[in-house]
Ligand binder design. Structure first.
Ligand SMILES: Nc1nc2[nH]cnc2c(=O)[nH]1
Ligand SMILES: [Zn+2]
Length: 519
């Protein structure tokens, strides 16, 4: 049982993305969090004379606490690293909307495979080994600890078909304090290997209910852990199983997660399996599985009709760019999905994706959008062709080099970080509770600090100049991100997105509980 929480004041700079296009930067602020982990107040302190002091003083904090709550007794104070306020900030915890905890031992192992051979070669044999609770305990403990260290405060997990080890994953998340959606994976048809197949559709539904009952017993209000109904994907499921899970979702009001339109061979397989259906999405829809609480991973190759259907059903998409490039599934056109008004979050899709870090997923989302922008520009007609059509070649050349059309395809730093936090929370239906720093939200946050060694580099005996001339001799000791003192907040955040890693994630909190600290 976790210890009761202390009421806590957090101070320093708070950065978040309340909308996809805003980076909100609150300097010299304090946030008060109650013993239930809920934000109950926040305040901006007057700017200081010295620019470098971005946190309130002790007197200011004590004064605020006493004015509001009568006494400072019973309050803790946690701030961005002492004397280093200019290089650190609080950021909402990351939301991983799609990750296979059971595949964690395989991160980085995928060779040159694509989805269907990857499943048979690497994935199914590994998942089968999680019938052992001893193996499951090792795998799940490592996966949860690792994702927490990367700042993931919420994860939507696929486990395996095994009920006992799936329930163990829920227990481990509960014990380590990670907010999680836990899915027992359903897969009953002949396309699955004998060693990893549900006995029958009825049994698969019963086993799913067993995991739901377990989670209800350990976390009755789903304050931290929520069951999620998880058909693996259409090629793994019979029509009776899909219907059974659709009916269960309806009666239980629970969310659903699955895969959709990840790879072209998979889509061809679904067409052969369900020849009378208009599309892959239509198969889910006719089985009652496209709801506002459905999170669909990938959606790389959706048709315009499928996008309209998803928008109508208000179903969500988990964009998994690292996986899509690793197992060469394709480049997901996220800008098109967003323009259609579909809610999108980010997933690591471990171990299709080679990294358990949502920061890496956010970075790759930016890169995939830039690749798409470049490809679209190349597809434009060549100038000679246009010339024959009577278009002024000079104007055409200018248009070709105009950045506006291409740039619109690219996801900005703000958008990528929004998808990693509030966007993901919206996909999982709790953007009112996590993903930002509003009063009433829960304190799911990470403390980010850059440039570890800079403080040590500034010594008193004149060596600093020498170091500046020669550059940093100890590159790497400073952590992955070097600062030069000229960066704005926006630039520091961009450096973190593109160059940072878990060395920059110093503390992680879920519902006000410290769940990871980097020492
Ligand atoms: N990326 C990915 N796609 C899938 N489709 C069906 N199962 C899986 C899986 O485990 N990973
Ligand atoms: Zn997946």
């Amino acid at each position: 049982m976790p210890l009761p929480l202390k009421r806590t004041i957090y101070t320093g700079t708070f950065i978040s993305t309340p909308t996809p296009t805003t980076l909100e930067i609150l300097e010299n602020h304090a946030i008060a969090v109650d013993e239930h982990g809920v934000i109950i107040d926040r305040i901006a302190f007057p700017p200081k004379r010295e620019d470098s002091v971005l946190s309130p003083s002790r007197d200011e904090v004590v004064g605020w606490v006493e004015r509001n709550w009568g006494t400072e007794d019973g309050w803790e104070w946690v701030r961005v690293g002492e004397g280093r306020e200019g290089r650190g900030w609080w950021f909402p915890g990351f939301v991983d909307t799609h990750i296979h905890a059971s595949q964690y031992p395989n991160v980085g192992i995928f060779g040159k495979s694509t989805l269907l051979d990857w499943l048979n070669t690497y994935t199914f044999p590994l998942e089968s080994s999680l019938s052992s609770l001893t193996i499951a305990r090792r795998v799940y403990s490592s996966c949860v600890a690792r994702t927490l260290s990367h700042g993931t405060t919420t994860a939507s997990y696929f486990a395996t078909k095994h009920v006992a080890s799936t329930n163990l994953l829920a227990d481990i998340c509960m014990q380590k304090g990670q907010r999680a959606f836990i899915g027992r994976v359903c897969m009953d048809n002949d396309l699955n290997p004998d060693y990893l197949r549900d006995e029958s559709p009825e049994q698969a539904v019963e086993d799913t209910k067993a995991t739901i009952a377990h989670i209800d017993s350990v976390d009755p209000n789903h304050a931290l852990i929520t069951p999620i109904i998880t058909p693996r994907f259409v090629p793994s499921c019979s029509s009776p199983l899909l219907s059974g899970l659709g009916a269960l979702a309806k009666e239980s009001y629970l969310p659903i997660q699955t895969h959709l339109s990840e790879n072209t061979s998979e889509i061809a397989l679904v067409r052969r399996q369900f020849p009378t259906h208009n599309s892959y999405s239509h198969v889910y829809d006719t089985h009652g599985l496209l709801t506002p609480k459905t999170v669909l991973a990938h959606c790389v190759h959706l048709s315009p009709e499928e996008r309209i259907l998803l928008k109508e059903r208000r179903s969500k998409i988990s964009h998994c760019p690292v996986s899509n490039t690793s197992i060469s599934s394709g480049l997901c056109p996220v800008r098109v999905l967003l323009d259609d008004g579909i809610d999108v979050g980010l997933g690591t899709d471990v171990s299709g994706g080679y990294s358990a870090s949502i920061l890496v997923a956010a970075r790759e989302a930016a890169m995939v959008s830039r690749t798409l922008a470049a490809l679209i520009a190349e597809e434009e007609p060549q100038s000679e062709e246009k010339d024959q059509q009577g278009v002024d070649p000079d104007k055409e050349l200018l248009a070709k080099h105009s950045t506006s059309a291409k740039d619109r395809k690219k996801l900005s730093v703000e958008e990528c970080l929004y998808l990693a936090t509030k966007g993901g929370a919206k996909c999982l239906g709790f953007e009112q509770r996590v993903g930002g720093f509003e009063v009433g939200m829960e304190w799911d946050a990470q403390l980010v600090e850059l440039d570890d060694a800079a403080e040590d580099g500034a010594d008193e005996d004149g060596e600093e100049e020498e170091e500046e001339e020669e550059g940093r001799a100890d590159a790497g000791a400073a952590g992955p991100v070097e600062l030069w003192g000229r960066e704005t907040w926006g630039e520091m955040v961009a450096k973190w997105l593109f160059c940072g890693d878990d060395r920059n994630t110093k503390k992680v909190f879920v519902r006000g509980r410290l769940v990871h600290e980097r020492r």
